[in-house]
Design a protein around this ligand. Structure first.
Ligand code: 2AM
Length: 185
């Protein structure tokens, strides 16, 4: 057995991301859409309780830094906004079928860039690839034919959340570990 170096143990980490989380009505509408897409594309549906839009993906973070993240989110000044999910599609490279806004609202762009900026300043590693907001509804899907036009769904965004992701045999399970309101004007 290898000797354990005293005092050198790495801090325990958790997988975290910031997200927009749908309310019950929105969740059900998106789940229904996922069901229709599944009929055409197969694959594995996102469980209704896991449906979300990622704002910023943090990956593995030391548990000792969670309070710092929560404080960062609490002082973020973002505005509430409504937007329409009206566009569905499929990415061939990762076999994800999704719905997304046709036009990304400025309030969402501002919220994400401010979040990313502050996370960077605080020394968190953030995925800096171009932000493409989307709701993943199917994984391991194959949708070679264009998906039918979808009826637009309006998402009223009033808050955002910090989520812990835990891998289980059924896929990722998500636990909301913080929720912060956006200013409603
Ligand atoms: P996806 O749905 O397109 O896979 C939890 O894993 C959430 O974070 C998912 O919404 C996932 O997007 C997103 N995510 C996972 N890995 C990511 C990464 N490296 N960069 C950005 N987002 C990621």
């Amino acid at each position: 057995m290898l000797p354990v170096a005293e005092g050198k143990a790495r801090p325990q980490t958790v997988r975290l991301f910031f997200a927009l989380w749908p309310d019950a009505v929105m969740r059900s509408a998106l789940d229904q859409l996922g069901k229709q897409m599944h009929e055409q594309c197969g694959g594995r549906r996102t469980r209704a309780e896991a449906i979300h839009i990622t704002l910023a993906f943090l990956g593995e973070v030391a548990v000792t830094r969670i309070a710092e993240l929560q404080a960062l989110a609490a002082q973020l000044q973002g505005d509430a906004f409504d937007f329409e999910l009206s566009h569905s599609g499929w990415w061939r490279q990762n076999h994800i079928a999704w719905v997304a806004p046709q036009t990304v609202p400025q309030a969402l762009i501002t919220l994400v860039s401010e979040l990313q900026r502050q996370l960077k300043v605080a020394g968190f590693e953030v995925d800096m690839r171009a932000y493409v907001p989307h709701v993943t509804l199917l994984r391991k899907a194959y949708c070679p034919r264009p998906l039918p036009e979808m009826a637009a769904i309006t998402w009223k965004v009033r808050d955002f959340v910090l989520v812990q992701s835990v891998m289980t045999e059924q896929g990722s399970a998500y636990e909301i570990i913080g929720r912060w309101s956006l200013a409603y004007k």
